[in-house]
Ligand binder design. Structure first.
Ligand code: AKB
Length: 342
């Protein structure tokens, strides 16, 4: 039981959660962290949290139990089925990605009404919320703004786009016809992430995974057949910059925020450019291309890059890693060390 202001992280054992827990625990050691995930936390994360609850975001009784034990005023809702996995199980993706998110918004609303303070709610959306109709339009569009081409072609992208609107509803219009509105208890803040590349975790179920998969395969000496064309291009970001952006957005004064959903970018290499850097670091590893036309079509519907001027203006988004430094100074050295130690 903790009545201290606490943090709830769902999907904490995933790519973003691993880096987020370390930063949260270091930044505010007196603020209890409770996590909710179907998978166990890695030991290095488990020792940093007050409680690691094992269960589903669809289990409302479990969420009620967390509400009874903790005074949560900050939620990082990371649990999701990513784009490729969601295409194989679209109905399950809807349940997890949409109904699960609704459960967490209701949790946050209830917590805010209970302790009287707004609950800051971080929601990771994705470039999958975009849908460019053709390669020609994609090339011409260049850096895409948040409100353009919001016509996703995947269940995951549709889920993310709808949950962006759900979050804005809870934040600004919740029960707007009630005699006494309880709106404003959820302070919903959202980043549309590009493809994220982590040195610590290998992704699973994403369509942008060709980039991290390539590095992790090469560093472990495994041949890799890239499933997209060499010219395929989408925005990417190194995980430390993604976590930094979450902190900058969540720490920004609410009055500074002109929107609830923000694009952020860092670098937008082609698959061929990624392969060239990885091959230079691991020349002995066999790298090839074996296009999966269906996954390629998803990548072709995502923007070549994003306009993140609103994030830079409103809350100081400033990625530390460009393409060369992300691979040369962070990803390749860290991943090499990881596999050398194994
Ligand atoms: C995916 O590929 O599904 C995710 C994403 C781009 O949101 N990494």
């Amino acid at each position: 039981m903790s009545r201290k202001p606490s943090v709830l992280i769902t999907g904490a054992s995933g790519e973003i959660g691993h880096a987020l827990i370390a930063r949260l625990a270091a930044g505010d050691p007196d603020r209890p962290i409770v996590t909710l995930d179907l998978n166990p936390l890695p030991p290095e994360s488990a020792k940093l949290v007050r409680q690691a609850v094992h269960g589903s975001i669809l289990d409302t009784a479990l969420l009620d139990g967390i509400h009874a034990q903790y005074e949560v005023d900050r939620v990082y809702h990371l649990a999701a089925l990513l784009s490729t996995r969601s295409e194989f199980s679209p109905a399950l993706a809807h349940k997890v990605n949409v109904e699960g998110t609704l459960n967490l918004l209701e949790f946050a609303q209830k917590a805010g009404e209970s302790h009287g303070r707004p609950v800051a709610f971080f929601y990771p959306s994705s470039i999958a919320a975009f849908g460019l109709p053709s390669l020609e339009v994609k090339t011409k569009a260049g850096k895409v703004k948040e409100d353009d081409y919001n016509v996703p072609t995947t269940m995951y992208g549709a889920n993310k786009l709808y949950c962006e609107h759900l979050g804005r509803y809870y934040s600004r219009h919740y029960k707007q016809l009630a005699a006494e509105t309880q709106s404003g208890k959820v302070d919903f803040r959202c980043i549309r992430f590009p493809g994220l590349i982590s040195a610590e975790t290998v992704p699973s179920g994403g369509t942008s995974d060709y980039a991290p998969e390539m590095i992790h395969a090469a560093a472990s000496g495994e041949p890799y057949a890239c499933f997209v064309r060499p010219d395929a291009r989408i925005p990417f970001m190194a995980m430390p910059d993604a976590v930094d952006a979450i902190f900058r957005l969540m720490d920004a004064p609410r009055a500074k925020l002109s929107r609830t959903v923000y694009n952020i970018g860092a670098f937008a290499p082609s698959a061929a450019e990624i392969e060239a850097v990885v091959h230079a670091a691991f020349p002995k590893v066999a790298m090839s291309t074996q296009v999966d036309e269906k996954r390629q079509a998803i990548v072709d519907s995502w923007p070549a890059d994003v306009d993140d001027s609103a994030a830079r203006r409103d809350w100081g988004h400033a990625p530390a890693f460009g393409f060369a430094s992300a691979f040369g100074e962070y990803l390749i050295p860290s991943i090499e060390k990881r596999y050398a130690a194994e």
